[in-house]
Design a protein around this ligand. Sequence first.
Ligand code: HOZ
Length: 430
Amino acid sequence: MTRSEQLFALAEKLIPGGVNSPVRAFGSVGGVPRFIQQANGAVIKDADNNRYIDFVGSWGPMILGHNHPAVYSAVIETAKKGLSFGAATELEVQMAGLITSMVPSVEMARMVNSGTEAVMSAVRAARGYTKKDKIIKFAGCYHGHSDAMLVKAGSGAMTAGVPDSAGVPAGCAQDTLTAVYNDISSVRALLEEYPDQIAAVIIEPVAANMGVVCPRPDFLQQLRTLCDQYHAVLIFDEVITGFRLGIDGAQGWFRVTPDLTVYGKIIGAGMPVGAYGGKREIMETVSPVGPVYQAGTLSGNPVAMAAGIAQLTILKENPQIYRHINGLGEQLRDGLRSALKENGLPFTVNGIGSLSCLFFTKQPVTGCTSAKTADTALYADYFHHMLSRGIYLAPAQFEAMFISNAHTEQDIDTALAAAKDFFRSKANGR
Ligand code: HOZ
């Protein structure tokens, strides 16, 4: 028995499914999850001392690579002064200053502890501000696990076949309407049906929890126009894209300005952090200035802030990081496409910047319906082949591949060589 097998057997007795977040249980690819003991740069090491080039990166936040020295020492030095005060600190002000200086649409920001909490709070602020109740989300987009968002949700909810979770009271879900990603007419139809009732439209500007799906040209701008027309708050969930596609995220890449933006793990550099922010007028509805209540003892935690400040400062001051990771993203996608072509395999590679996804379907993937045509059993085969070659991918088809600044061209070539062997074996019918 490997150490990971031993730990999983024990964990299954103590933790539901043996894990603290469903996707990591390997449920959709089978086998035993690798228990990770350590990580450095682009490499993670499991409990049996197997080393892998990591393309998960804690689902995004390790954009500088694991255990970056500046982040590490910020955490250690800050921890020496105390772990939590439940009171205001200078670090929180610095963090808010950094975010607002990097993202022009964010005039004020409020720290929370996760992307889930940030979405929940942003939606509440939008409802409080507009005095309307309904929200529109998109099928296959994942916005964390608050009740109102577990409607046609992506990520683990999609692979586990529970896009509409049990335990969500009908009353909580009835105000969540779902539209079709990349189909502006589906949004327009909902706004026309409920012209005075839509508080907000929330979207992952690049969907990265149904695999990676990019917005069609103009789709985000058309959303912006519709939201203005119907006085709905446009919320960009940039938990994945924020500070990853560039310092101003997807909104900078596509030049579309949301009213509110939600951030998650990336602003904690690996510590549990989230934030929401945007137009001052909307943010000033939040308590203690306004009537929208939202609070948290650990929000703006000093150690988490110090980690995030170190990471965001490096990203702000080093634009070459984005050239590097986006270049590696292109190298990866080009390499996958040409290896598929060489082997006569018709599969689809999507991506943008340092986010990529290989879908085992021959259809172009433009939204949830086409994403779901992917052969998840074949992805499971691919995943295990790559794992056996020392490449750690997301243990589920409907997730992104993340590249960090610690990855090298050589790492991408190593991953491509392993993928090519898999494609060759499939082309030969093995
Ligand atoms: N798609 C999720 C991150 N955005 C997977 C991670 C998780 O749920 O634990």
